[in-house]
Design a protein around this ligand. Structure first.
Ligand SMILES: [Zn+2]
Length: 240
């Protein structure tokens, strides 16, 4: 689109009455053909207004699509020129990011919030879910009340809960033993004196890194009989 704008600008300054602009961007042509650009509105309307000016000079513009990378001389030269332009020391044209670019950037930057780098290993909520559920649906007796099921889901969905996402270092006090921890779910599963029934077998070697602790905690869930879990969370719900 920037190149088309450049070509139109050039056409404005030339005496010829007919100009042909070749582009390999079908998207650009389609965008210009639409009467109401929805994205990159500033650039699109700039190109359209230049085209309008050319028309007002009584000149005629043909926009021609050509396939890319097929050895058309001018096309290859344009590719070279655009590569060369990226190496300039200064930015001489600012184009605001398009809507899809903004969306992609938002997704990419929210990813670190969803993941935690623990002991050098990225431990995600999906890692937890895989370990804690082994991708099996929760199967509990019909008599188990809904709020107890919710507690079980909370443990299965795991670490860390959405409530902690905005402030990953927020500390919370355990309601059963008053220990203050910034990983209340890990504390609940691995250390809390109020949940010893979860840990009937002591691990061969206690976890040393945060990642090992998360792994050990997640694995406790499928390792504990569901009836035991139901019994525990009914009396001592897990932290939110
Ligand atoms: Zn505790």
């Amino acid at each position: 689109m920037v190149a088309i704008a450049g070509a139109l600008q050039h056409a404005l300054d030339q005496p010829q009455s007919h100009h042909v602009i070749h582009t390999d961007s079908l998207t650009a042509i389609q965008t210009l053909a639409s009467t109401q650009p929805k994205d990159n509105v500033h650039l699109n309307t700039h190109v359209l207004s230049l085209a309008q000016e050319v028309k007002e000079q009584g000149k005629h513009i043909t926009l021609n699509w050509i396939p890319s990378h097929v050895g058309i001389r001018g096309n290859e030269r344009a590719d070279c020129a655009s590569k060369h332009a990226t190496k300039r020391p200064n930015v001489d044209m600012l184009i605001p990011p398009s809507l899809p670019q903004t969306k992609a950037k938002t997704c990419a930057s929210s990813f670190p919030t969803q993941t935690q780098v623990m002991g050098g290993v990225v431990f995600t909520t999906s890692t937890w879910y895989a370990m804690a559920t082994q991708y099996q649906p929760l199967s509990v007796d019909k008599a188990v009340p809904a709020h107890v099921r919710t507690y079980l889901h909370r443990l299965r969905l795991g670490y860390k809960g959405t409530r902690q996402m905005p402030d990953i270092n927020k500390k919370e006090e355990c309601q059963y033993c008053n220990e203050v921890s910034n990983e209340p779910v890990l504390h609940y599963l691995l250390r809390c004196p109020g949940t010893t029934t979860l840990r009937t077998v002591s691990p061969a070697s206690p976890p040393t890194t945060a990642s090992e602790a998360s792994t050990a905690a997640a694995k406790l869930i499928p390792a504990t009989p569901t009836a035991e879990l139901v019994k525990l969370v009914s009396v001592r719900p897990p932290p939110r």
